[in-house]
Design a binder for this molecule. Sequence first.
Ligand code: ZN
Length: 217
Amino acid sequence: MSRTHTCPGCGRDDRVQAVPAVYLAGRDAVTSRERDSDGDMRTVTRTATTGLSDALAPVPQRPSYAIGCLGYLAAAVSFGTFLGGALAGKWFRDEPAHEPPELSGWHMPQDHPADPPPAFEFLGWISAFALLAAVLVFTMLLRRRTAFARVTRRRHVAEELWSHGWYCHRCGTVHFEGVPGEDRTPLTFQRFREKVWEHGGYGDLAAEQRAVDPGRS
Ligand SMILES: [Zn+2]
């Protein structure tokens, strides 16, 4: 299908491109020649998301999962202190002869095993609190993820409308082509986003995550 679409803004078709194509092109790995700090030219490849691609996104940005690092840290602390406490407790119970020098002043009755000193009990508390923190973080992440999936569950409906959008690189506007009930009026990024996201049932997020005009290219 090599049908061309004229832009309703400028009346030309040479710089009109389908929205999904523009969106995906802006998400490719970009290779460029750059000058490094020593002034030498080098080839750099990175996955770049262009502002244009972002402005044409059919779905909101996923919530940040950065706090998950904190959860892993808390889990590691919990495990480490638990292991430390358990080993120390075992050590004191089973091998009192191996008491470190600073504890050699203790004189316990021979037939009672030595209890771990309070410092090791403290490790148990740290372990329990760290475990609680890890569980809280992971529960929060799971809920956030479920909420996002629920909000965007009709994204395929939004993407269907979105796929009928055409972007004019000259005008920096989007218009719909062949959508019943939609005319060919040139739309700003934000207006296009509102229409698409409302179609998917998450239009209120378009007000929170406004489309940023990346400047015309
Ligand atoms: Zn145009």
